[in-house]
Design a protein around this ligand. Structure first.
Ligand code: IPE
Ligand code: IPE
Ligand code: MG
Length: 254
């Protein structure tokens, strides 16, 4: 690792960075945490062990994102399509969710992290729903890292929800159809009030969005490291962020 990121790394003291260095960091990072199943297979372990190992990576990556001072981190934990997995795997994931929030909530709250769940909590078991709601309530007025965890999330479902809400506003006469702007749509997404995704990382070598943050990724930069999520380290993350800092973003301009 070279340059300013090394200085920023939590393996060293949290060092003050210049405004220029800070500008090179994405304001919003999104991560598709993929490869737990293949990791388990590689180690001849059950798939749930792979997911459990994945939560270790998750913990480290959240801490590091916070240390770097990045504003928003969105993590894909469970998609609307992941219900298609076996009952055994789904229930292992649901249990892990509970374990994760129970073990991390104190530290996250103490670090001023604000948790937001992206997705429809309605379909989740009651215990999970309550735990997630409580995490949102408890950290709701925190002002540090915005930690968005996508659970029962789908980008298309999110857009459908936004369209339904906006249609209701039009029907009520609150706004006219012609007054709907890109901002109106953005304000009805789960991520309302947060910047668009600047940088999306998907581990395990797969190169697709799998229905994650479709609207918010319109101008995102992408990285597809081959590393499986349980093997993904803070060092790999730093390398990806370093690569991002050299990207030329044009947003359609010259
Ligand atoms: C990603 O790992 C985690 C979830 C989808 C919850 P996978 O379970 O998709 O891992 P692979 O893709 O099978 O290796
Ligand atoms: C996307 O990964 C969802 C999460 C990482 C939570 P999947 O493994 O479910 O995606 P596909 O099926 O390979 O596209
Ligand atoms: Mg996968």
């Amino acid at each position: 690792m070279k340059g300013w990121l090394k200085i920023a790394s939590r393996t060293l003291q949290k060092a003050p960075r210049t405004a220029d260095e800070f500008d090179k960091l994405p304001k919003h990072v999104a991560i598709i945490m993929d490869g737990n199943g293949r990791w388990a297979q590689k180690h001849k372990l059950s798939v749930s062990k792979g997911h459990r190992q994945g939560t270790e990576t998750l913990r480290e990556i959240i801490r590091h994102t916070d240390d770097l001072g990045i504003g928003s981190l969105s993590l894909y934990a469970f998609s609307t399509e992941n219900w298609n997995r076996s009952e055994e795997e789904v229930s292992a994931l649901m249990q892990l969710m509970l374990d994760f929030f129970h073990s991390e909530i104190d530290e996250l709250d103490a670090k001023n992290v604000r948790i937001l769940i992206l997705g429809d909590k309605g379909r989740l078991p009651e215990k999970q729903r309550e735990t997630l709601l409580e995490a949102e309530r408890r950290t709701g007025s925190n002002t540090g890292l915005r930690l968005n965890i996508a659970i029962n999330y789908g980008g298309r479902a999110e857009l459908v929800k936004a369209v339904q809400e906006i249609a209701t506003l039009v029907k009520n006469g609150t706004i006219t159809a012609g007054e709907i702007t890109e901002e109106t749509v953005a304000n009805h997404l789960y991520t309302a009030g947060q910047p668009d995704v600047d940088f999306l990382i998907r581990t395990s070598g797969e190169q697709r969005l799998s229905n994650f943050l479709l609207y918010q990724c319109a101008y995102a930069e992408f990285a597809f490291p081959e590393t499986l999520w349980p093997d993904f380290t803070v060092h790999d993350y730093d390398q990806a962020l370093e690569a991002f800092s050299h990207r030329q973003r044009r947003f359609g301009g010259r």
